[in-house]
Every structure is written in C-alpha cells, then in structure tokens.
Design a protein around this ligand. Structure first.
Ligand code: ZN
Length: 255
C-alpha cells in the first residue's frame, strides 16, 4: 500500500504528464486518489497541473469538505466523489480536456464505434454524458447512467473523465481515449469506417478477459449504450452462444 507522500508525488507526476501531453491548458483539469474510505487527496484549483508541488494537494472527505491543505480544491471534485461512491473498486480519477476527445464531446459524438481492435481490448466504448454545468450538481448527475459500466466517459461540451484502480491506470485510460479520438477523426477525414464484425468483436472481448484474468463473459451486464451499426438481430445463437456481443463491447467494467 502506498504512503500518502507517494500519492502526493504521483499526483505531481501525472499532473505534469497531462500538461505535457496537452490534455489540459492553463489551470484546467484535476486528479485525485482515494486514501481511505472517507478521505480523498486531490489536486488544487487555480494551479497549473504541470507545475504542482506535493504540498499543494488538498484532502477532502467524501462529502467534499476540506480536511487539510493550504490550497482549495476544484468544484469539479464532486464528479470524482460521485465516481468513488458508485465504484468501490476505483481509487483514482483523472479529469482533463484532451483536444481531440473534447472535440468529439463538443460535437456530440460518443467514441463507441468498434473499429479498432486494440481499443476494444483495452478500453471499450466511451459514452457521451449529457451536458452539465461545471461546479454544479448537474455535472455529477450527468455521469450517473455511465459510471457503473464504463471506465471512461466523454463530458458533453467539456472534456473527459477516466478512472481506475490507481492513478497510472486512470491516466492511461485518458491517453487511450485521446488516441482513439485521433484515429476516429482520421477515419472521418478519410470518409469511411470499416466496422469490425460481431464475430471478430467477440474474439477481442474474449482476449480482453484472458489478458485481465477475468470472470466469464456471460456475467458482463448490458451497458446503456449500444453501437448502432452492430445489429444484434443478425447474430445467430450458434455464433453467439453465451453473450450479446453488443453488450460485451460497450461494457468495459471488469467483473
Ligand atoms: Zn473541466
């Protein structure tokens, strides 16, 4: 188990990374880690995430009340706390505004097209949450339909939020979302997308469970979003004995 000073250094490190990668500008974005059942350590507001010190971090309880720190936490912490409350398996959250992914979020387009094999294995679909005003309960409420079944969400007209079992995993998902968004953009510029077949999606989903050492696919629940271009009615029982491939693709939550 990592000590608090290590979590502070991790927040500095990954804050610098999201700044260097261009996922945030100025003082945008925020990162947090769950220290224990009632304490979250978060990055401060009004500070560049590329220029933080370990002592800049702010401790809050699960209601968002400040427990310690010289600086103040962003009002967007409510979004982090919502995710921690819904997902006990999550210990770190990264919120940023990566240019391409935020472009999709601002165009009203989810990243849920099964066109990249690696994305299906590592990330899955990224749904688009409804617009919610920053700093109000609207933003957290917009996430509620998705947090349980996805590990990465586009925030309409705003940015992205990703989360994982630790800060590295949460950060890597932001990287993966932005990379996928760039690929999506290229396919749109080329004027066509070659969607993977349901049978091939199924093989990739199976590969994902092997890599992750996961439980059976049959236990994966249906996600709220389904790729429109994969027609479940055309998948025969013979081809798909155990799972609905659409559900398996859109549901990235590991069971
Ligand atoms: Zn934001």
């Amino acid at each position: 188990m990592r000590a608090e000073f290590q979590h502070r250094e991790d927040l500095v490190h990954f804050g610098r990374l999201i700044h260097q990668q261009g996922f945030v500008s100025a003082c945008d974005g925020n990162l947090s880690v769950r220290l224990d059942s009632n304490t979250v350590l978060a990055t401060p507001t009004s500070v560049s995430k590329g220029m933080m010190q370990p002592s800049d971090m702010v401790k809050v309880d699960m209601q968002g009340n400040k427990l310690g720190g010289e600086r103040n936490v962003s009002s967007e912490i409510a979004m982090h706390l919502t995710i921690y409350r819904i997902r006990p398996d999550i210990h770190a959250v990264v919120h940023s505004h990566p240019v391409t992914a935020t472009g999709f979020a601002s165009a009203g387009i989810a990243l849920d097209q099964p066109i990249c094999s690696e994305v299906i294995v590592s990330l899955g679909a990224v749904p688009l949450a409804e617009y919610g005003t920053t700093g109000t309960p609207e933003l957290s409420a917009s996430l509620l339909p998705y947090v349980h079944d996805y590990d990465a969400i586009l925030l309409a007209n705003h940015g992205t939020v990703t989360y994982g079992s630790n800060l590295l995993q949460a950060y890597l998902k932001t990287e993966a979302v932005e990379h996928f968004a760039k690929i999506m953009l290229v396919t749109q510029q080329l004027g066509q997308q070659q969607t993977l077949s349901p049978a091939n999606i199924r093989k990739l989903v199976e590969a994902r469970t092997r890599y992750e050492g996961n439980t059976s696919l049959a236990s994966m629940p249906a996600g709220p979003l389904r790729p429109k271009h994969v027609d479940a009615d055309n998948i025969s029982d013979k081809e798909m004995p155990d799972i609905n491939v659409n559900d398996a693709f859109v549901t990235m939550r590991k069971r």
